[in-house]
Design a protein around this ligand. Structure first.
Ligand code: EPU
Length: 420
């Protein structure tokens, strides 16, 4: 499938933010921790969530769609210890199934997880493996599969030598059913982690410190079911805000979001001169006659500027005046897409795989491009909307993995995107 974008249109109106992909993906594996039902709401209807649901079902459990954005999850008695390769290959968060599987069956087998190609080689899982080992798992590699066994998982003190979001979530989740106390140090502090910990605590877990660098988990014997409302997707909200600011054509109201999760973006908006207004659950971007000025960006773990917002920011900087040094510190392949922006008329110099300099303002021209990964894909869609002429974006699976009905929703703002 492709998107064909007729660019350069005025954007105005309202757009709603969907549930956070990176929170939603994790509730499927977490549902393995109890035999009771979990009712999940505000779940985005995106390809990655369908893959997580397929994995849940492939392992023998029941997922039932109740209505749009609401799903019921119920783990069954027999948990299959082997994660199917065809699904593990498709999304990195599949690794979240390992801990609950190990806790439930005493073993887990899985190949190396897939996901966006944004880091050198395959994205490593050493921090997960070290954590499971510390909790008592034995690890072997057989025929390309990691084979983990542990009769009983026990609490441990684990220091992450690199801050990892899914690593923090995975070990925090696994520790809820381990024997004794687990102390996780140098943890990631993303809002999705806090939300998951709050849900787990409501279900009977004893977790303290989520949202800080140290998380302490006291193992319990059993967890209950309950209700879990997925928090709004801060990456979607930030992307829409940057699109509105870059377009600078009409007033846009972004609804159902949590602006407080995007403080690093607002600090940059102030420097750039964006005309914006925040309220508790919405963001209003108004056009401005002032020249928007470029500014530098360094990505950072939360509460710093999210790497997932770096590609849209790079596109944004093609529309501001001056030069912007963009330093991507988390992934070493996430700036490569900037070359495609150059083909669309942007003035970008690549210093090294981690740094580019964007000089603006430049007029973007429509072009035939291929979406390399999810966040680069949305940044190219944004560029197509801002460009004059026709942009054809191929491989849009890589965009629809993370953004629900994105063409329809942006068309409601005045964009002209056809899906063919
Ligand atoms: N890392 C290791 N070893 C590990 C785990 C991670 O070296 O065992 C490295 C990674 O290679 C990377 C850094 O640590 O360089 C941070 O990776 P992290 O583990 O935090 O990333 P993740 O949990 O795999 C989540 C999001 C990503 C987002 C990052 C950083 C999910 C499903 N994915 O990934 O989202 O970029 O945190 O915020 O939660 C996206 O949505 O497009 C996306 C890639």
């Amino acid at each position: 499938m492709k998107f064909i974008v007729n660019g350069g249109k005025k954007l105005e109106g309202e757009i709603e933010v969907k549930g956070a992909k990176n929170a939603a993906l994790k509730i499927f594996p977490v549902a393995l921790l109890t035999k009771e039902t979990i009712l999940v709401s505000n779940i985005p209807e995106i390809e990655d969530c369908l893959r997580a649901q397929e994995m849940f079902e492939a392992l023998g459990h029941k997922a039932k769609k109740i209505s749009c954005g609401i799903i019921e999850l119920k783990a069954q008695n027999n948990i299959c210890p082997e994660l199917p390769e065809n699904l593990v290959n498709k999304f990195r968060a599949s690794i979240m199934f390992v801990g609950p599987t190990l806790a439930a069956c005493g073993e887990a087998r899985f190949p190396h997880p897939g996901g966006c190609v944004i880091g050198a080689g395959t994205r490593p899982i050493d921090l997960f493996l070290k954590g499971f080992q510390k909790m008592g798992a034995k690890i072997e590699i057989k025929n390309g599969y990691y084979c983990l066994t542990a009769k009983k998982l026990k609490g441990a003190e684990i220091f992450f030598n690199k801050i990892t979001v899914t690593g923090t979530e995975s070990l925090m989740t696994t520790a809820t059913l381990a024997e004794g106390e687990t102390i996780l140090k140098n943890c990631a502090m993303e809002p999705e982690i806090i939300s998951l910990a709050e849900y787990l605590n409501k279900s009977g877990s004893k977790i303290k410190g989520a949202g800080t660098p140290t998380i302490i988990i006291k193992g319990v014997k059993k967890l209950h079911g309950g209700e879990y409302k997925i928090i709004p997707d801060r990456i979607e909200a930030g992307t829409f805000a940057m699109l509105a600011a870059a377009s600078n054509s009409g007033e846009i109201l972004i609804k159902n979001c949590e602006p407080k999760h995007l403080e690093a973006l607002w600090a940059l908006f102030d420097r750039i001169g964006v005309n914006y207004l925040l309220s508790k659950n919405s963001i209003r971007i108004k056009p401005t006659k002032r020249k928007l000025v470029s500014c530098d960006l360094t990505t950072h773990e939360y509460p710093g500027f999210a790497t997932d917002l770096q590609p849209p920011f790079t596109t944004f900087m093609t529309q501001t005046y001056g030069s912007s040094l963009i330093h991507e510190t988390i992934y070493d392949r996430r700036l490569l897409f900037a070359d495609i922006l150059t083909q669309m008329g942007a003035n970008i110099i690549m210093a090294d795989p981690h740094r580019v300099v964007v000089s603006g303002q430049t007029k973007l021209r429509g072009k035939k491009v291929v979406s390399p990964d999810l966040r680069a894909g949305i940044a190219l869609l944004m560029a197509g909307i801002l460009a004059t002429g026709k942009t054809e974006i191929d491989n849009i699976y890589q965009i629809e993995r993370g953004y629900e009905k994105i063409s329809e929703r942006l068309n409601n703002l005045g964009a002209e995107i056809k899906k063919v």
